[in-house]
Design a protein around this ligand. Structure first.
Ligand code: SAM
Length: 258
């Protein structure tokens, strides 16, 4: 990215732009690339894990669209890249993209200008009630897919992630689904080292273990294969085989609200 939009500080690594860099995108600055390279030095599999996470999100949306879900609320949507939710969900789906980062919102609005049944709203996962009020395209009395994909690790324990997910679950009508993925350490030292890099970025990070992530689905019914390495969540035959040697760096699951 050459030109710096007004109000954007290119010297502070930005978590959305770091993810864009992992995915091979061009919407990032030197500070983002430097921080991302520090993470890659600690966990070389980060780039593969990010790509697998994106593929998981797309498979989950396709799975739900095939089962009749026509509304998608994508919280922490990230910079638009290929295979965004509305492109996978189909033309008759209503999609609301939510992020707390102004640069993400600017890009998403530019991409979606004129799209019917797609909206972009500013919102913070730490205030789910405000997000659901702003998401006017979503009818919460009907089944909805709520996506919390690779974003909850940017919420600290002091903000009580389980309570926040609980507030979303409360408003989801029966037949709704939660799609959630979350970063996970493979070795204890990784949590501290990676946290150190993200401490200098626009958001700190809190990697969580499988035992910490699983209870977030309480009250819901996880569909097969349950909470899994994102690369192993219903891989499709036509897809390339999941990358070998990618550890359980991102765990994901899809669960039904009965
Ligand atoms: C790693 S990206 C994930 C993008 C997309 N969900 C995916 O998985 O491909 C995380 C996104 O979450 C956003 N984010 C971080 N903290 C957030 C918060 N508290 N509320 C809303 N969005 C947040 C960041 O701005 C970034 O765009």
């Amino acid at each position: 990215m050459d030109q710096v939009p007004v109000g954007i500080n290119p010297r502070i690594p930005n978590v959305a732009r770091m993810y864009d860099y992992y995915l091979g995108g061009k919407d990032n600055f030197a500070s983002d690339r430097e921080a991302a390279e520090q993470v890659l030095a600690i966990v070389p599999a980060t780039r593969d894990a990010a790509r697998e996470n994106r593929a998981f999100m797309q498979r989950a949306v396709r799975y739900l669209a095939e089962r009749g879900i026509r509304q998608f609320l994508d919280i922490g949507t990230g910079l638009p890249t290929q295979g965004n939710v509305h492109e996978v969900a189909g033309e008759d789906a209503r999609v609301v993209y939510v992020d707390n980062d102004p640069i993400v919102l600017t890009h998403a609005r530019a991409l979606l200008a004129g799209s019917r049944d797609v909206d972009v709203v500013q919102g913070d996962l730490r205030d789910p009630a405000a997000i659901m009020d702003e998401a006017k395209l979503i009818d919460f009395s009907e089944p909805v897919a709520v996506l919390v994909v690779a974003v909850l690790h940017f919420v600290q324990d002091s903000d009580d992630p389980a309570r926040l997910i609980g507030l979303l679950k409360e408003r989801m009508a029966p037949g709704s689904h939660l799609v959630l993925s979350h970063a996970c350490p493979n070795r204890p030292v990784e949590s501290d080292d990676i946290s150190h890099v993200y401490d200098a970025a626009t958001s700190g990070i809190r990697l969580r273990t499988r035992a910490e992530i699983l209870p977030l689905f309480d009250g819901l019914e996880l569909v097969e294969p349950g909470l899994a390495n994102v690369a192993e969540w219903r891989p499709e035959v036509a897809e390339l085989a999941p990358l070998q040697g990618v550890g359980d760096y991102l765990l994901g699951g899809v669960a039904l609200r009965p």
